[in-house]
Design a protein around this ligand. Structure first.
Ligand SMILES: Nc1nc2c(ncn2[C@@H]2O[C@H](COP(=O)(O)OP(=O)(O)OP(=O)(O)O)[C@@H](O)[C@H]2O)c(=O)[nH]1
Ligand SMILES: [Mg+2]
Length: 602
């Protein structure tokens, strides 16, 4: 056990966790000399590769200087903060990465707070020291201030520091040192991370910290063995969160060698392993010796903060682009997702075509939707809504911690806009000619803010936020101010019509796009919705066919991504998602029905 070191790499999104793992893998001889290695090899699923972010935390293990270092690469995006929190329960220390230019960001604060609360003594890695404009010393001071602010104890405040460039694969203890490898970091891990404190002679206990599912071996559970030993094929007891015991056989016992999962005969306290054979098992629960079953303290899973309705697609184009469209298809897919996506909730509603799906944030849910469309699903999604809770008899809502970097000139506008969204400023500091503003804001108030913010700051502002806590309801916040431009009839859009429409607002579609009655084609410059005809072609009789359309200068349409579309829509609108398209539409496609509904509301 003395040769094991269990660490997690934690940081704000993009500060270089996965890149550091790459470098550690390369320098520990996990790969063959001539093996070609993709960049960010741990970001292994399609969406992770495409977006360049980590979505699921992943385990690996390297041998170095006689140490076995088990590493967990964690996601930096705020929606997955709960997963990081659970991972922290199985490691003995963390590498807290901080970008040498950006300094600590909201998720740095979140993951550091969780680590400090668990008594962990982090190693601070100031990463990206190669970045132009890097200011490592200043960033160290900022990190120190953050430790103080988060009530770190004396020992934690005395954190060791390593300066690194994950990308170029070097690390050093002092900034003026020369180094061309990560040896100083490995040495630091050996010195400053304590071996796991477990007893391999006590009865077996393992705490499950992540869950996966595999069609061949079923549900698989990963976690740290806190005590005892375990063998493949052994019968052990699963203790669920209500304390109920179920005996079962370990059908597979897996460990890690580099990135690869390998089958083990036996494993002992302190190690992180993966076990198959328990189909009911979930995160936070214990596997224990059959002879003396004793549960480890249960680790709660974060409750969802945001929900959306997933609705069977009933647009006129339903079924044209996707393979799976029925309520049954969607239901089965959502049930499958629940097997591994532990902070997701799915509720059936009074309408069999509608499922209420709740998660930890917009990205958490939009990744599910994105995966579904890739698999061939079609569906409609309603506006995201925050989940209220009653806490001590008071209606409460989720709050976010928001950090904004903005040039002085735009600061006034940003503060004013955030004020109307019920944000409260908690700090304001000048930083390299720009200002860093920090707020606590209702999660509700952030919906749709990003687009506005980027426009207001001409793309120069940077915003980051993370879940803060639940607080009493802050009162109503006004929604989107602009109305939409809505298609009058089905057909194909024509450049000539779009040209005439573009002065009325911002278009979301270009020419030659198939649209239907009630579909949203753009944003109206005014507050009301406007029904427009985008499919009327100019008579071509007295115009030479060539040059008729080309002569028209169209502003390129604003094509909304899935996330932008979800942020954009209002209560009476939906996003239609298919493998090929993302369309915005009115819930009621017929203009007369919309009028009737409007009258009903007044
Ligand atoms: N210049 C420079 N760029 C780096 C360094 N480390 C990482 N990067 C870049 O930063 C970006 C993000 O790196 P990742 O390793 O994906 O960051 P991450 O922390 O794993 O991000 P998430 O998993 O999404 O939270 C990539 O474009 C990297 O190439 C570094 O030391 N120097
Ligand atoms: Mg990553």
């Amino acid at each position: 056990m003395n040769h094991i070191r269990n660490i997690a790499i934690i940081a704000h999104v993009d500060h270089g966790k996965t890149t550091l793992v790459d470098a550690m893998l390369k320098q520990s001889g996990v790969f063959r000399e001539n093996q070609t290695i993709t960049e960010r090899v741990m970001d292994s699923n399609d969406l992770e590769k495409e977006r360049g972010i980590t979505i699921l935390s992943k385990n690996l293990s390297i041998e170095h200087n006689g140490l076995k270092i088990n590493i967990v690469d964690t996601p930096g995006h705020a929606d997955f903060g709960g997963e990081v929190e659970r991972v922290l329960k199985m490691v003995d220390s963390v590498l807290l990465l901080v970008d040498a230019f950006d300094g600590p960001m909201p998720q740095t604060r979140f993951v550091l707070k969780k680590s400090l609360d668990l008594g962990i003594k982090p190693i601070v890695v100031i990463n990206k020291v190669d970045r132009p404009g890097a200011r490592p010393e200043e960033v160290v001071n900022m990190v120190f201030d953050l430790f103080c602010e988060l009530d770190a104890n004396e020992e934690q405040l005395d954190f060791p520091i390593v300066y690194a460039s994950a990308k170029q694969g070097y690390a050093m203890r002092e900034l003026d040192q020369q180094s061309d490898d990560l040896e100083p970091l490995f040495t630091m891990i050996g010195e400053r991370v304590a071996p796991p404190e477990c007893n391999s002679d006590a009865p077996f206990q393992l705490l499950v910290t992540s869950i996966d599912y595999n069609d061949y071996i079923g549900r698989i559970a990963t976690g740290k063995i806190f005590n005892g030993r375990v063998k493949a094929g052994e019968t052990v007891v699963h203790i669920d969160k209500s304390g109920e015991l179920r005996r079962g056989r370990i059908t597979k016992l897996l460990g890690y060698e580099g990135l690869r999962q390998i089958e083990l005969e036996e494993a002992a306290a302190g190690d992180i392993v993966t076990i198959a054979g328990f189909d009911e098992i979930s995160i936070g629960e214990t596997l224990a010796s059959a002879a003396a079953p004793k549960a480890l303290p249960y680790v709660a899973i974060d409750e969802p903060t945001l929900s959306m309705n997933f609705i069977v697609n009933d647009s006129p184009f339903a079924g044209k682009e996707g393979k799976f469209v029925t309520s049954r298809n969607i239901r089965d897919r959502l049930m499958k997702e629940l097997r591994t996506n532990v902070s997701l909730r799915v509720e059936e509603t009074s309408n069999t075509d509608t499922f209420k799906v709740s998660g930890r944030g917009e990205l958490h849910l939009s990744i599910l939707i994105e995966n579904m469309r890739r698999e061939g699903f079609e569906l409609c999604v309603s506006k995201p809504e925050v989940i209220y809770r009653e806490i001590n008899g008071v209606l409460s809502e989720p709050m976010e911690y928001l950090m904004i970097d903005v040039p002085e000139e735009f600061q006034g506008t940003v503060i004013e806009k955030l004020g109307t969204r019920k944000a409260e400023m908690v700090s304001m500091q000048p930083m390299n000619g720009i200002n860093r503003l920090e707020f606590v804001i209702p999660a509700r108030g952030l919906i749709g803010f990003r687009t506005e913010f980027l426009t207001d700051t001409r793309g120069t502002g940077v915003m980051n936020h993370t879940f803060h806590d639940y607080a009493p309801f802050k009162g109503p916040i006004a929604g989107r101010k602009n109305g939409t431009l809505i298609a009058l009839e089905s057909g194909e859009t024509v450049a000539y019509s779009l040209f005439n429409l573009q002065e009325r607002g911002t278009l979301f579609v270009g020419p030659g796009v198939n649209v239907y009655e009630g579909m949203i084609l753009g944003q109206h410059a005014k507050e009301n919705d406007l029904v427009v005809n985008a499919c009327r072609g100019k008579k071509l009789t007295n115009v030479r066919a060539s040059g008729s359309d080309e002569a028209i200068r169209l502003t390129p349409p604003r094509l909304l991504t899935l996330e932008q579309a979800l942020e954009y829509i209002d209560d009476d609108e939906l996003v239609e998602v298919t493998p090929r398209s993302i369309r915005l539409r009115k819930k009621l496609l017929d203009a007369n029905e919309r009028k009737k509904a409007e009258k009903g509301r007044k």
